[in-house]
Design a protein around this ligand. Structure first.
Ligand code: BG6
Ligand code: MG
Length: 218
């Protein structure tokens, strides 16, 4: 599998998902959605939160609403409220919240002159990168703010590859979400999945943790 991923040094670009790969914001998303759900008397727990991994803000709210309908202005207002709660948590983020193995990998890739980009559904991508202090590592930042179709559509990854000036086949996408792996793989990217097999087992290479990423490039 690793041979397939790295054959002939073909990989010229690494595209990283942000939430769950570079930093673990799932808890903050959970707490923010939970606060909104409690205010709106909606059932929400950690199990439902798992389904929101990689999914856009609107699609997440639709999952939480479970078929309940509201006028568009109320939907917009709920999304904005959740985001304001989430951003309060994000203010606490610092380089200490970068997941294990990420900094050695970014440093090695930089040293080797391999291009890197972010491909994230989050509209808070720039804000998060700023707090983590690692924005300067990336030659491209593609996020939910720039594409219409959210993951599992591959648009954000294709946008990232375009920013790197590379064809899809020369890039690997690192993802922790099923939707992200499916989208990237379907578009012809090589994929590394971070997490359990029942979530990202379809990736070309699956690793239990970001910690193992640093062993791939040294
Ligand atoms: C993804 C997260 O990275 O971004 C999802 O995994 C989240 O849980 C999505 O819903 C959108 O994020 P944001 O910050 O734009 O609400
Ligand atoms: Mg993710």
């Amino acid at each position: 599998m690793i041979d397939y991923l790295f054959a002939n040094n073909e990989i010229k670009g690494w595209i990283f998902d942000l939430d769950g790969v570079i930093t673990d914001t799932a808890r903050y998303h959970y707490l923010a959605w939970k606060k909104l759900a409690d205010e709106e008397n909606l059932i929400f727990d950690e199990k439902i939160n798992e389904k929101l991994r990689g999914i856009s803000r609107r699609a997440s709210l639709e999952i939480i609403l479970r078929g309940k309908t509201f006028p568009e202005d109320k939907i917009e207002q709920m999304m904005a409220r959740k985001n304001s709660y989430y951003c309060e948590f994000l203010n606490e983020l610092s380089e200490e919240n970068i997941l294990p193995g990420i900094m050695p990998l970014l440093n090695n890739l930089k040293f080797l002159g391999i291009k890197m980009a972010i491909g994230s559904a989050s509209r808070n991508t720039e804000f998060i990168l700023e707090h983590l202090g690692i924005g300067h590592y990336f030659d491209g930042v593609a996020s939910g703010s720039f594409v219409v179709r959210a993951k599992p559509a591959p648009d954000v990854f294709i946008h990232a590859a375009g920013q790197l000036g590379l064809p899809v086949a020369d890039c690997v996408v690192v993802e922790d979400a099923e939707a992200g792996v499916n989208g990237a793989k379907g578009a012809g990217f090589r994929t590394i999945g971070i997490g359990p097999a029942d979530r990202v087992g379809q990736a070309d290479l699956r690793l239990d943790s970001t910690e193992n990423l640093k062993d791939l490039i040294s």
